[in-house]
Design a protein around this ligand. Sequence first.
Ligand code: PEP
Ligand code: MG
Length: 324
Amino acid sequence: AQERYASIRDLPAETKCGTRMSLQMNAGLIADLPSLAGSGAEGVGLFRTELQFLIRNQMPQRGELSALYDRVLNAAGGRRVAFRTLDIGSDKVLPYMKANDEPNPAMGWRAIRVGLDKPGVLRMQLQALLRGAAGRPLTVMFPFITQLAEFRTAKAEMDKAIDREIKLGHPIPSEIEVGAMLETPSLAFAPDVFFEEADFISIGGNDLKQFFFAADRENELVRRRYDTLDVSFLAFLEHVIKRCDAAGTPLSFCGEDAGRPVEALCFAALGLRTLSMRPASVGPVKHLLRRIDLNEVRAVMDAAITNGDQSVRRAVSDWLVYQV
Ligand code: PEP
Ligand code: MG
């Protein structure tokens, strides 16, 4: 599939109306990195670090992890890689960590909640990231941040880790960006200072959608019941976009929906400028974006919303048939 889009691989993801989009890819293993060049993605918008923990049968050591992060950055050849700290719990259970028998793991002790309550592993990972990226820019994002206080505590762990490296006389990264993943609706209503303190925000649409609609992403009976292009969800996304714009905070969307063409178009028309997706989606999404005027997409969406449609999908898809 990537050969089909080879001719546009090195061209910008710029729409017909002149809007420059940044298409990035999701990854989690060293083996994913060659797709950066192959797909034409501008960077890794989501590096799921837990995959490295999930494929082992014991907790990786700090030295192994820093060597791994160094290799990831080398393979990325200077392109930005957003390392998401360990996101375990819910659907991702480490075989060597005592599993908790929780009635509702998706809403349970997971992701940053584990990192903040038992900071040993988080500290080890932050140190490994700082060492792996020494002398180069480092981008880290914390998963499943639900409130400002959690972001501040997680960020304080990063600040402590940096101080420790400096005291030890170790070189640190040349620049450090610390962001939050917005995966629960509450974070969209955090105080303004949250949006100012986060260096960037990335919407984890898979989790966000399940909590927005109260529909388990793993449950076949309900997981396709609510459309991502439902007008309520779009209004919610637009609220997040406006808050980030007001604070001047870069925003990206990194759930599976970012790689679906109609979704990507609608997100772009709402004002999202950075989308991170599986590598195979970069070509098709770029191909489509380059042929489209976002003002027209927006007009079709607005008309559907005014009309009282539950979702804008039908209207946008019907319109699209005559465009490409
Ligand atoms: C998400 O929730 O959308 C996300 C990107 O993270 P994950 O799918 O790994 O939970
Ligand atoms: Mg998630």
